[in-house]
Ligand binder design. Structure first.
Ligand SMILES: O=C(O)CCC(=O)C(=O)O
Ligand SMILES: [Fe+2]
Length: 367
């Protein structure tokens, strides 16, 4: 069965985030579960084969070097100075770090993990029932997408706006499994608090006004990602093609312990081996623009396992849809490298130009 991706917006003059299109895209989980491995002929998965997958080295030995930031130490007067220096270095040198002692209660994390597992186990037509609700994304309304419109990725995705609170309408959220809405509500509230702390500490490393990324100026988009195994050609497909995120920061929770995330560093790919209790944070495009390039939005991708599925959930801390983001300069001598960016325009470009070979961020740079 072919699945219609919802939210076909994006026609001229329409003012909404267009996260999908009306292109027919196959649900990959269904493709895998409904075919015996030998039936998945090269023809059937041809569109997912990524010829450039091995173009850059994968340096697993550097996994151990991925920075780890202890939020507890940032909150302790005795350790805050050293830990802030580590945070600054992580943002400057890596654009990516793991956060320990993040303060999100275990039961909230366990709850969202269980719900996501169960959600993806629901029959396809039930999930499609939620996916195909009309999504008006204007001003961070609701959005539901299962699959990307330019789909090369071996993944099914389901996303929704969860902040600001006044814009969200929980009646659109999946009500199966029974505890899902409540769990999303708890998890996203906790993550909003956590994002707030992290961006406040990041702002301190730069002498920025933390108000720039304060709750009233941001939204939150949540995306649940399901990457089925690929028995026949795991090394030739990607769960998520290389990209950077259109966020200030993104917080990622690995729902099960199947590895797959790789980050780009000095031209190579470094697989991330997450610390069991950590959440993963990366710098997104809007923080790169705001810091005038001092903190880089890191490119990342997701590889696929031959036998095991991977599940993850990304929480994007994003600027308000009707806002702008400008570089904040350290001093008057500093050369401005990025344009003042209209969030809505950037979002459109981001969502439409994935495969034009140019990073969306390049459009935001002054030449
Ligand atoms: O699943 C992952 O590890 C990464 C997901 C991701 O990069 C994203 O949602 O933007
Ligand atoms: Fe990402």
């Amino acid at each position: 069965m072919e699945v219609e991706a919802p939210c076909g917006g994006g026609s001229a003059g329409e003012s909404r985030w267009s996260l999908g299109s009306s292109l027919a895209v196959r649900n990959v989980q269904d493709l895998v579960s409904s075919s015996a491995a030998e039936e998945l002929t090269p023809d059937m998965i041809q569109r997912y084969i990524q010829p450039d997958i091995d173009a850059h080295a994968v340096l697993a030995e550097h996994s151990e070097e991925v920075p780890v930031i202890d939020l507890g130490k940032l909150m302790n007067a005795e350790t805050v100075e050293d830990e802030t220096a580590k945070l600054k270095l992580a943002c400057e040198e890596w654009g990516f770090f793991q956060v320990l002692n993040h303060g999100v209660p275990d039961e909230v994390i366990v709850g969202i993990k269980q719900n996501i597992h169960k959600f993806f186990e629901l029959p396809l037509d039930v999930k499609n029932g939620y996916a195909q609700r009309p999504g008006d994304l204007q001003g961070y309304g609701q959005a539901f997408v299962f699959s990307d419109d330019q789909k090369l990725d071996w993944a099914d995705m389901f996303g929704l706006f969860t902040q600001p609170t006044q814009a969200r309408d929980m009646s659109y959220w999946p009500s199966e499994p029974r505890t899902f809405r409540n769990s999303i509500e708890e998890y996203t509230s906790e993550l909003m608090k956590l994002s707030h702390s992290i961006v406040t500490f990041i702002a301190k490393t730069l002498d920025f006004d933390p108000e720039l990324m304060a709750d009233k100026n941001v939204g939150q988009f949540l995306r649940m990602n399901y990457y089925p195994p690929c028995m026949s050609t795991p090394g030739k497909v990607l769960g998520f093609s290389p990209h950077s995120d259109a966020s200030f920061i993104t917080i990622l929770l690995e729902v099960n312990s199947v590895q797959g995330l790789q980050i780009r560093r000095r031209g190579a790919w470094i697989p991330v081996k997450p610390h069991g209790d950590a959440l993963l944070v990366n710098v997104g495009d809007f923080l790169e623009i705001m810091t005038n390039g001092k903190y880089k939005s890191i490119e990342h991708r997701v590889t696929i396992n031959a036998h095991k599925e991977r599940l993850s959930i990304s929480a994007f801390h994003v600027p308000k849809y009707d806002g702008i983001v400008s570089p904040v300069l350290g001093n008057t001598e500093e050369k401005v490298l990025y344009k003042t960016t209209i969030v809505e325009e950037y979002a459109r470009l981001y969502l439409s130009s994935k495969r034009d070979g140019k990073r969306t961020l390049d459009h935001a740079m002054l030449s």
